[in-house]
Design a protein around this ligand. Structure first.
Ligand code: ADP
Ligand code: ZN
Length: 715
């Protein structure tokens, strides 16, 4: 009987079903057809080539640009019982020889290799001897100068198809745009490849935009809700990463900064500590994240606005790769836009290029200012139509209401006129609210007719509305004149009452949060990580195991697997294997250890009469059995009848525990029972009452069942 792709998914990866497109992609590869796979980060690209690699004879060569990523992927594959290795400059030449030897004798299913290594020396001659059945080109957008991460060494892959015309190629990327897509096919010489575009939606990521004021306190309250959960804070500048990290450290959080200006040893160290869950928070520039496969990043915060939607999506995509619920937040204020515009204007780019960058920035601004479902905006950027609001973004949870704000706008604009367009946000708010501070008095602004006309709104409300006015073009800002506000033709129309202004109603942050929390339970996707006491115990165990193996904890089990385990509390092999993410090899390696932990937990937490775990009763029998007690004594100790104990032991044996069933019954009884069974053609699965009667009720049901089980085993 041949093994199917579904079997492989279950046995090696521990998953019950494919995600959308995976199955079709695998079929295409199995038919020797080239294909291009577009899936978001965390979408599940790897199994698309790993499963064909396992199913087919020969070797699958995976081309990947990032050495760190390679190591993790190989580690994860080995953890699942798949023979894989990598070849790159981090290995000694003896280690490389060892890998080449394994490839030669056909021991490897997958070989990860960096492109520069593939084209150096005589690797190609070796490839011909290695019975290559598939080339998988990960991060394939690196071959295109249209993509956002062009790598010249990828260009050499163009010759791959000519050299191996009969070996199928699967190219994979998380970059969606059409130009890059077409270029990948052309560069690889696989124009006829079938293209699969998976949905870019990542429903497990919550989306929210926070007002860009008092960012640090907001971050602290965000992190407090994510105790012990790993997350990344992206900052625009190196300096920014350092100051944010410092203020978090001061507040007692385990945070480190990371940027390209650090010595490389320091960078690797920080990265390593983060992967291994030794540091909870990384404050980083965008230099951080490439080549990080950590699947249990639970949150991402953007301290500053990213330059475009692609980058933003890629960065938040580093959260929740394991599919479990994760949170993202973006800070936004008008200053962020100005900083970004500035950066573009002052860059060395051509005018044409600058225009493109401004257009891209503008799409990012639209996202940040959205008053409709944010996920709709994101996905429409990737040309995906969305039928429904997502329910998992801040706009869905706090629907915006618009109101006629013409008078508010007029108050602000006239204060700007009366101060000769020389004042910036802070001073304007003080004038409107009528604050008598030194600067105001010094300038005599307290004598303006507009002084205090806006005292009915709070400072933060004014800040919000002024940002909105700016963003909607109702006024301008001169960032080269100390950010003073300026009038434009629209402003004048508003002042004259020729134009109306609508703004989005301000909701105080505390109120928003409260509402989000109220909504949270029913709106959030079900893959929620539940962090109860058992989860924390299992998490500690996972960390211990990972440390002893020198691998990151998520390589042992994902957060999702751990959470499901803590909920299901499996205490047998069969139960354990129903947990998503636990295949045969994972069970073999860690199953026993985790079962013991669950049992220990259940014991500590079981009150008489309650049942914390299903199957704990079997475990108790097993422990006594292992301690050498007879069935009768176990029955006495547990206050159960021997027949029940026998049925436990049979079940335990079926679940794979070491039980010597034959020792539980004397040979004469055994022979008598099976002789009768054979006469009546009764087997283990049949009703045994007739046998019980035929044997004159001398043997009880437990003994009969036992004899039949042994008989079947021996057959
Ligand atoms: P990508 O390479 O697209 O970023 P991965 O291949 O690393 O994503 O997959 C992301 C996560 O999803 C991994 O933890 C992987 O084990 C998991 N995964 C992949 N396919 C499935 C599936 N069919 N069911 C459940 N989890 C899956
Ligand atoms: Zn939404």
């Amino acid at each position: 009987m041949s093994i199917t792709k579904e079997d492989v998914l279950k046995k090696y990866f521990g998953y019950d079903s494919f995600r959308p497109q995976q199955s079709e992609i695998i079929d295409t590869v199995m038919h020797n057809q080239d294909c291009l796979v577009l899936m978001p980060t965390g979408g599940g690209k790897s199994v698309c080539f790993q499963i064909p690699a396992i199913l087919r004879p020969g070797l699958t060569v995976v081309i990947s640009p990032l050495i760190a990523l390679m190591k993790d992927q190989v580690e994860a594959l080995r953890g699942n019982g798949v023979n894989a290795a990598f070849l790159n400059s981090s290995l000694s030449s003896a280690e490389q020889d060892q890998v080449m030897w394994q490839a030669k004798i056909g021991e490897l299913k997958l070989l990860y290799i960096a492109p520069e290594r593939l084209f150096s020396g005589n690797t190609f001659d070796f490839l011909r001897e290695w019975n290559v059945n598939l080339f998988a080109i990960d991060e394939s957008h690196c071959i295109s100068s249209w993509g956002h991460d062009f790598r010249p060494e990828y260009r050499q892959l163009s010759s791959l198809k000519q050299r191996f015309p009969n070996v199928p190629v699967i190219a994979l990327t998380a970059t969606a745009d059409r130009v890059t897509r077409r270029d990948i096919l052309k560069q690889l010489g696989i124009e006829h490849a079938e293209t699969f575009v998976a949905s870019f939606d990542r429903p497990n990521l919550s989306l929210s935009v926070l007002p860009g004021r008092k960012r640090i306190p907001q971050i602290q309250s965000f992190i407090k809700k994510h105790e012990n959960q790993a997350g990344i804070i992206y900052c625009l500048s190196r300096k920014g990463t350092e100051t944010v990290a410092a203020s978090l450290q001061k507040a007692g959080f385990k945070a480190e900064f990371y940027h390209a200006g650090l010595p490389s040893e320091k960078r690797s160290k920080v990265q390593e500590q983060f992967l291994k869950d030794d540091i909870q928070i990384i404050v980083a520039t965008i230099a951080f994240g490439m080549g990080i496969d950590k699947s249990n990043v639970r949150w991402v915060i953007h301290y500053n606005l990213p330059s475009n939607v692609e980058s933003f999506y890629q960065e938040i995509g580093r959260a929740g790769r394991d599919g479990s619920a994760s949170d993202t937040a973006l800070f936004y204020s008008y200053m962020d836009i100005i900083t970004r515009q500035d950066m573009i204007n002052n860059s060395e780019q051509s005018e044409e290029q600058k225009e493109l960058l401004h257009a891209k920035l503008n799409r990012m601004k639209q996202y940040a200012e959205a008053d409709i479902c944010r996920r709709r905006i994101l996905l429409s950027y990737f040309n995906e139509a969305v039928e429904q609001d997502c329910g998992n973004c801040d706009v869905c949870q706090n629907p915006r209401t618009r109101f006629d704000a013409t008078i508010i706008a007029q108050k602000a604009l006239s204060a700007i006129v009366r101060t000769d367009q020389k004042i910036a946000m802070g001073m304007l708010i003080d004038i409107l609210r009528g604050s008598r501070n030194r600067a105001i008095l010094q300038h005599g602004y307290d004598r303006l007719p507009t002084f205090g006309v806006g005292h009915d709104l709070r400072g933060e409300e004014w800040a919000e509305y002024l940002s909105q006015l700016l963003n909607s073009g109702a006024m301008d800002i001169a960032y080269d004149e100390a950010h003073s506000f300026k009038l434009n033709p629209f402003s004048r129309q508003i002042l004259k009452g020729e134009r109306k202004v609508e703004l989005v109603k301000f909701i105080p942050l505390a109120e928003r949060k409260a509402r989000e929390e109220e909504l949270a339970p029913k709106e959030k996707p079900k893959q929620e990580i539940i962090r109860d006491a058992l989860f924390e115990k299992l998490r500690t165990l996972r960390k211990q195991i990972a440390d002893s193996l020198g691998v990151p904890p998520y390589v042992v089990f994902s957060d999702a697997t751990l959470s499901e385990m803590a909920q299901k509390k499996p205490v047998s092999e069969a139960q354990m294997k129903t947990v998503s993410g636990i295949g045969a090899e994972k069970f073999r390696r860690y199953g026993e250890t985790f079962i013991n932990e669950i049992v220990a937990f259940a014991r500590e937490n079981t009150q008489p009469g309650t049942r914390v775990v299903k199957g704990l009763t079997y475990i108790e029998t097993l422990d006594l059995y292992k301690a050498g007690y007879s069935v009768k004594v176990i029955g006495e100790k547990r206050d159960l009848n021997p027949m029940t104990i026998l049925s436990h032991l049979i079940k335990l044996k079926e679940d794979g525990h070491q039980i010597d069933l034959k020792a539980l019954i004397d040979d004469k009884s055994y022979q008598t029972i099976i002789k009768a069974a054979q006469e009546m053609s009764i087997r283990k699965a049949d009703p045994i009452k007739p046998l019980f009667e035929l044997l004159n009720e001398v043997y009880d049901y437990g003994q009969i069942k036992l004899a039949l089980t042994i008989m079947e085993e021996e057959m």
